[in-house]
Write a protein that binds this ligand. Structure first.
Ligand code: AMP
Ligand code: GLY
Length: 424
């Protein structure tokens, strides 16, 4: 089988690693990929938003299945285009991708079908939004309606901060069209977790729960990033909470989509806030999380290609999905100054010498090769994933891996997994 994977981040490196393990895969291509994916796949030089070139390539190479990593091509309708041309592709169509691409759509769906989430109002008039914020008081959360590369959410501790966020989004148009509308929502307290799921439109199956670390600095301080590290399974998701989630959130979401005549095939990412044994939805995404994929995929025992085929053939209900009975944890090494201002083109050493195996893996993200040598090329540069039997051990193992890798002014959080230790 020939597979084409689309994307270039750490998540896609984890996907390439997992797809390459499938006995069904004869050839794996990734567009555009990164130096890390080149170990498992043939990198091809098309950007993930170049739908026309990707389609031509898939047709010419007779690709059997295309797998889409990031959200932007999904929201732009790449799945619709490939399907119109008779090519199998894994991911939701444009209409279904609104679950992530439009916060107003997602919030309205949750309200209509009584899916637990923060109270909210949506606005297209900045004055009305500001008046609502003043009426509700802080803390309060302001979200740009559309895709904003993970930067469109402002958790404001003060009313003025929230009003400024409205101005930046709606008047200064910081996120362009994505900010023509905003959602203002109630601030939720609790602990966050991610539950990814496979969905074929009729059946939805949760993966093991994971936990991201979004703020830039230790102790959850500083600005939000794309994610500084993750671990799985997340003990905050107790067996009871998982049952609550399946009944009140996961199945209800699928039923809601079906009631709206939306056929969802792909990944639904549930970003949850957990408190007192109950969960509320913070956000939906329509793809694997990054860096959640870097810990969830290494624990997946079942062949990912078989699961993808089951989704496309709508027989996921017959599929038994198995997980390793281990803990996985990853630490992201980022460029100093990320997520605000950082430099790139720093030489990276130590990756080659690290003895990688299925329980110690370096997933690359913002890297590039210059004269066969590895350099930084982005905010999140790479992630070191470790697997072990216990959280204490897995933390040590991942950080020992990190110590062997170096580039100038790198930034890590030193407390990845600490919340798991307090519960395990
Ligand atoms: P989102 O992209 O919607 O997940 O938001 C990014 C991050 O902002 C989340 O992971 C939370 O840490 C935080 N956040 C979003 N919505 C809320 C909320 N209603 N209350 C508290 N924190 C939130
Ligand atoms: N790690 C958060 C996300 O992928 O959206």
């Amino acid at each position: 089988m020939k597979i084409l994977l689309i994307g270039s981040g750490g998540r896609e490196n984890a996907l390439a690693w997992k797809l390459a393990k499938s006995s069904k895969v004869e050839e794996l291509f990734i567009a555009p990929g990164n130096p890390g994916t080149a170990e498992f796949a043939k990198n091809i030089d098309f950007k993930s938003d170049d739908q026309k070139s990707l389609l031509e390539f898939a047709l010419k190479e007779k690709i059997d299945i295309t797998v889409v990593g990031p959200e932007a091509p999904l929201a732009a309708g790449i799945v619709d285009l490939f399907k119109e041309n008779g090519i199998k592709i894994f991911g939701p169509e444009k209409l279904a991708a609104q679950l992530e691409g439009s916060k107003v759509f997602a919030k309205n769906l949750m309200e209509k079908y009584d899916i637990p989430t923060a109270e909210y109002q949506s606005f297209s008039d900045p004055q009305k939004a500001a008046a609502y914020i003043r009426e509700k008081g802080a803390p309060i959360v302001v979200k740009a309606e559309g895709l904003a590369a993970g930067k469109g959410v402002i958790v404001a501790q003060k009313v003025e901060e929230a009003v400024n966020a409205v101005e930046k989004i709606m008047i200064d148009e910081k996120f362009g069209e994505a900010g023509e509308q905003i959602v203002v929502e109630e601030y939720l307290e609790g602990e966050e977790a991610t539950i990814l799921s496979f969905c074929d439109g009729e059946t939805i199956i949760p993966m093991i729960p994971s936990q991201d670390h979004k703020p830039a600095y230790d102790g959850g301080k500083g600005p939000n990033t794309g994610g500084m590290g993750a671990y799985a399974p997340a003990p905050v998701v107790t067996p009871e909470l998982m049952e609550y989630f399946k009944e009140n959130i996961m199945q209800k979401t699928l039923d809601a989509l079906k009631s709206e005549d939306i056929d969802f095939k792909g990944i639904i990412y549930f970003g949850l806030m957990i408190k007192n044994g109950e969960a509320k939805v913070l956000e939906y995404n329509v793809r694997f999380g990054d860096p959640e994929a870097q810990v969830v995929l290494p624990l997946l025992k079942t062949d990912l290609v078989e699961i993808i085929e089951a989704v496309l053939e709508e027989n996921l209900s017959e599929k038994n999905i198995e997980w390793l009975d281990k803990k996985a944890l990853c630490v992201v090494m980022a460029s100093g100054g990320y997520p605000i201002k950082y430099e790139v083109s720093k030489k990276i050493t130590g990756v080659e010498d690290l003895k990688q195996n299925d329980e110690l893996i370096v997933f690359q993200a913002g890297t590039k090769l210059i004269n066969e040598e590895l350099y930084t090329a982005g905010g999140r540069v790479l992630a070191v994933t470790a697997l072990a039997d216990e959280f204490k051990e897995v933390i040590e193992k991942a950080y020992t891996g990190v110590e062997k890798i170096h580039f100038e002014d790198y930034h890590i959080r030193s407390d990845i997994g600490h919340k798991a230790l307090t519960k395990a």
